[in-house]
Design a protein. Structure first.
Length: 761
């Protein structure tokens, strides 16, 4: 291959491994660059996914999603709108092909084999469709902006129908479950997947539906409710609702869309006025838009997010007021962590569309995007807009309350967060929305974990796990097992925490998501660090690194550097730890991850104290406190004060240290954060143990009950008894501490034990 290759205003230098666009250097990930070179070298034909995985990952066993990530990053670097396929073409179900134009050379455009139209027909059809799109745009806009439909009228309910009576009594709403497709081939899979999503979205926008996970177990669990089952049979999609069944052919998408709309109105939303007119009016005349939209939805399901954006862009080019496509493109940008673009697209819907359910889904995207960016006030306002709108359905309000609870948790308004989660749970139970109920229990458990109420935390999280297990909802179980591991770890039950981690790892491998698998290695590495098994921790840290380094996901890379820093700290190598923290901090700042920035600044400051780099520590901790204040993160404002007190203690500035500890204690009490209080009381204890034993003991007695089996607490009590010359009691306590500590017993603890034993002798 030539050293320099020029195509489509880009220039590639294969020796320096650099990419330029019109003379300006373009940032590109290593694996994405390798992928580009390989596709250029083999441009004569499409290259299969298997070949790319084999050649670029040197035979390592990795998931296809790794290749998808590399391709997504490559298209981002090339600014390649896949809807037009100028540089990289996807051959669906097979692989990729380079179709860029080299300088002074024209490459004949390849027509996708999946297109059912002949090349000489495409221009004619597209021209006709564009004219049709213009003609129907006014009608289409009117249908998108209709007022929200009325709720079911009790006088219209058939009293002899036990399901309808249930609906009236318990306000149970129709639901749709994605059921595993029974096809043995990939034939028509993208049509089936896209129609599945379309059907769910039609019901969601009616304000009468909550999604369930993909699960056959869900069918049995929800036998008492109205579940729409969808299964594929050859070229058809079979739908069943209660005792009614319906079949649509998937090889004619416009016809399938029209039939689905009619079926929903006749069998589900039977009392809705002007039902069909209020659903998305995609008919036979919108064939090009339909195909692009359904392909985009299928691409989202399969993780090809950049492809999805291309398809949705084509939809909007045909009709700018196709709001479903705009919502989908906002969701796609959110999936790419491009939160500003996600907000921008969603705000167009909020500002120009009057359909309440559609607006609420847009507000949900806006709120979640601002949350990820650390803009908690803006995120909270987006969800408030949903809750305060009297036309919003109760189900979407339950979601908004849950999301607001997450925001309040992040800003350490724990009482408010707990109350919001309880409200969300209450609605979820009333409407029988188990996923929202489980998520509410999850955040309630997380809050109790933060507050050190470990028994309650354990109970709430187990309740959430039970629901997710009944649903066979793997992603939910993965998250809950992580939190359960933290709870029992705080209780000193490290072996049980390890069991939860192993269970989580099995689920992640079953899902096959590399990010989920990397998360389990992170969980195991952190746990093994606390157990003092640093070699095993390094093994899992390396496993995690091998996965995330090829994905180029900011948060995953950040976590990988973070765990390397933690291992370095455990190995008493604070300088290496500072280096790794700095790399993680750089990623957090570049990616706008404000919460992570705050945490890393404080962790770096604490480590700088250990390294005796006091000036650096002071700078880092002041920055941590300032940014925590900007984010309204009261917990890390308190943590920064705690670490600053330790810095002053190291510099022998005791009055300043005590003053900051008093401020931190008041703040931790207001937050009701028992774990933080424990750390603060231990710091007070260490100040007084050598000179004022009684005062040290007083602070130790304030330790919350949940931490009175902690090995550091037991060791501190042993120190008190030793200072008071109660050596037998001291020996008993220090041995209990050693047993509790497992492999985390330190050299200084062994010295104290020997001193006690020597004094006894």
């Amino acid at each position: 291959m030539k050293k320099t290759i020029k195509f489509n205003d880009f220039e590639v230098n294969s020796q320096t491994r650099e990419l330029f666009h019109e003379g300006k250097k373009v940032a590109i990930q290593k694996k994405s660059f390798d992928l580009l070179l390989y596709l250029i070298e083999h441009r004569a034909q499409a290259v299969s996914k298997d070949e790319l995985l084999e050649k670029l990952w040197n035979g390592r066993v990795v998931s296809e999603s790794v290749l998808s990530h590399a391709a997504t990053k490559l298209r981002t670097a090339l600014d390649d709108n896949h809807g037009k396929g100028k540089i990289i073409r996807t051959v669906y179900g097979f692989g990729l092909q380079f179709v860029g134009e080299f300088e002074q050379q024209k490459i004949e455009k390849t027509i996708s084999p999946t297109n059912k139209f002949k090349s000489n027909q495409i221009t004619i059809y597209l021209f006709a469709l564009i004219i049709l799109a213009v003609l129907i745009s006014v009608y289409f806009f009117n249908q998108q902006t209709v007022p929200r439909k009325k709720q079911l009228n009790s006088t219209e309910i058939h009293q002899n129908d036990p399901y309808e009576a249930n609906l009236q009594k318990f306000k149970i709403q129709p639901k749709i479950a994605y059921v595993s497709l029974n096809s043995q081939t990939n034939k028509n899979q993208w049509q089936v997947q896209g129609l599945n999503v379309y059907l769910n979205q039609v019901l969601q926008l009616s304000g009468k539906v909550m999604s369930l996970p993909s699960s056959t177990k869900a069918l049995k669990f929800y036998a008492i409710n109205s579940v729409i089952n969808t299964k594929q049979h050859n070229d058809s999609l079979n739908l069943s609702y209660l005792d009614k069944t319906f079949t649509v052919r998937v090889d004619n998408l416009p016809q399938a869309i029209r039939q689905i709309n009619q079926w929903v109105c006749n069998e589900i939303l039977i009392n809705e006025k002007d039902c069909e007119a209020q659903l998305i009016p995609l008919g036979i005349e919108n064939a090009y838009i339909i195909e692009s939209y359904i392909r985009g939805r299928a691409s989202l399901i399969n993780g090809s997010i950049q492809d999805a954006i291309g398809f949705f862009t084509v939809c909007l080019q045909q009709d700018a007021q196709f709001y479903l496509a705009r919502l989908a493109i906002a969701e796609a940008y959110f999936g790419l962590s491009d939160y500003k673009k996600a907000v921008s697209q969603a705000q167009v819907i909020v500002q120009t569309n009057k359909n309440i359910p559609l607006q609420n889904h847009a507000y949900k995207v806006i709120g979640k995007a601002y949350f990820r960016m650390g803009e908690f006030q803006l995120a909270s306002q987006a969800f408030k807009n949903i809750i305060e709108n009297t036309a919003s359905s109760e189900s979407i309000k339950a979601i908004a309350l849950y999301e607001m609870a997450k925001i309040s948790n992040e800003t350490q308004n724990t009482d408010i967060a707990f109350d919001l989660a309880k409200q969300s749970k209450a609605i979820a139970i009333e409407l029988d929305l188990p996923i929202i109920e489980a998520r509410a229990y999850s955040i309630m458990g997380d809050l109790k974990l933060i507050q050190g109420e470990l028994q309650l935390a354990h109970e709430y999280l187990l309740q959430a796990l039970k629901i997710f297990e009944q649903l066979n909802y793997d992603l939910g179980m993965d998250y809950i097992l992580s939190s359960l591991g933290q709870v029992v770890e705080s209780q000193g039950k490290l072996k049980l925490s390890m069991a939860y981690a192993q269970q989580r790892k099995a689920i992640a491998e079953k899902i096959g998501d590399p990010i989920a698998i990397a998360g389990t290695h992170l969980h195991l590495a952190n746990l093994l660090i606390k157990m003092g098994k640093l070699q095993d921790a390094e093994f899992h840290a390396q496993k995690m690194w091998n996965i995330v380094v090829d994905l180029d996901e900011p948060q995953a890379l950040l976590a990988a550097y973070y765990v390397k820093a933690e291992i370095a700290n455990a190995q008493n190598n604070p300088l290496l730890a500072l280096e790794k923290y700095a790399q993680a901090l750089r990623i957090a700042k570049d990616s706008g991850l404000k919460s992570n920035v705050v945490e890393l600044l404080c962790s770096s400051g604490e480590t700088a104290i250990k390294a005796n780099k006091f000036e650096q520590a002071s700078k880092l901790l002041k920055e941590c406190e300032a940014k925590a204040k900007d984010n309204n993160n009261r917990m890390y404002q308190t943590v920064a004060k705690l670490y600053q007190s330790q810095l002053f203690a190291k510099q022998n500035q005791i009055p300043k240290s005590i003053s900051l500890l008093n401020q931190a204690a008041l703040s931790a009490q207001e937050l009701n954060n028992e774990e933080l209080l424990f750390e603060i009381y231990l710091s007070f204890f260490n100040h007084h143990i050598k000179k004022e034993v009684k005062k040290a003991q007083d602070y130790l007695n304030k330790t919350p009950n949940a931490f009175q089996k902690n090995y550091r607490y037991l060791k501190a009590r042993a120190q008190v008894q030793f200072q008071l010359n109660h050596v037998t009691q001291a020996l008993q306590l220090i041995l209990e501490a050693k047993e509790t500590a497992l492999s985390n017993w330190q050299e200084e603890d062994e010295i104290l034990l020997k001193e006690i034993q020597k004094k006894i002798q």
